[in-house]
Design a binder for this molecule. Structure first.
Ligand SMILES: C[S@@+](CC[C@H](N)C(=O)[O-])C[C@H]1O[C@@H](n2cnc3c(N)ncnc32)[C@H](O)[C@@H]1O
Length: 218
């Protein structure tokens, strides 16, 4: 079991290292749609920020100026590109290679934890979300953009079917039930917004249980 997960994580790492040079090109069309979503989500980031699966640093452009950001990714090739983007923007980001399933940070370390389009390639999403909860401060927030299973007759089961193929071919889970996973990881959804066709993407702001801070758009 553990060996199986490790192998999947290793193949994810190898795949993203392989596609790192062309990743931004692959995003070119989608990014015109994603950009406003990224902007809106990252307006909510504050304090000490951790971004997991930072990739080539697509979000670096949208953090509020003066933010203190640590970016983590399993693939060094992706991080190398994030560094170039951050330097071009003149935006200091601390970067680290690591696995979301074993975050190399102490409990309650960050005010904001960010993840965009990462959990579709994580073999154990609930385990990953639990790690996000662990490193987030009790009054902190977790900001997510994730594509999910469309919960409708025909389309949902079709996505379940296609998922076998996308996992095999591209290591990509297209039928994540993010809302259920979040509950299983003992996190609370404070805000949720459906985006894209049929709400295939969800923007979510999560809190740890017991956090009664009021979320306000700034
Ligand atoms: C689809 S890309 C998204 C990149 C970026 N967040 C974005 O919005 O463009 C997924 C990223 O998650 C990283 N990743 C996948 N599994 C991971 C894991 N277990 N731990 C840390 N990073 C991981 C990949 O290397 C890749 O950079």
């Amino acid at each position: 079991m553990i060996e199986g997960k490790k192998t999947t994580t290793e193949s994810t790492k190898a795949r993203f290292n392989r596609i790192a040079p062309i990743y931004d090109g692959m995003l070119l069309i989608g990014e015109s749609r994603f950009k406003p979503w990224r902007k809106k989500l990252l307006r909510e980031a504050r304090g000490r920020i951790l971004e997991i699966g930072i990739g080539t640093g697509q979000n670096v452009l949208f953090y509020p100026p003066g933010s203190e950001v640590t970016g983590l990714d399993i693939a060094y090739g992706m991080l190398a590109r994030a560094r170039v983007k951050a330097e071009r923007r003149g935006f200091p980001v601390r970067l680290a290679v690591g696995d979301v399933l074993r975050l190399p940070f102490f409990d309650d370390s960050f005010d904001t934890v960010v993840s965009t389009f990462v959990f579709c390639s994580v073999p154990d999403p609930v385990g990953g979300l639990r790690e996000l909860r662990r490193v987030c401060k009790p009054d902190g927030r977790i900001l997510l953009l994730e594509h999910v299973r469309i919960d409708r007759p025909v389309i949902g089961p079709l996505m379940d079917l296609l998922n076998h193929l996308t996992v095999r071919v591209a290591g990509e889970y297209i039928n994540r039930r993010a809302v259920e996973d979040i509950g299983r990881a003992d996190l609370t959804i404070d805000e949720i917004e459906d985006l894209g066709p049929m709400g295939i993407v969800k923007m979510m702001i999560l809190k740890k249980p017991g956090n009664t801070e009021i979320t306000g758009r700034n």
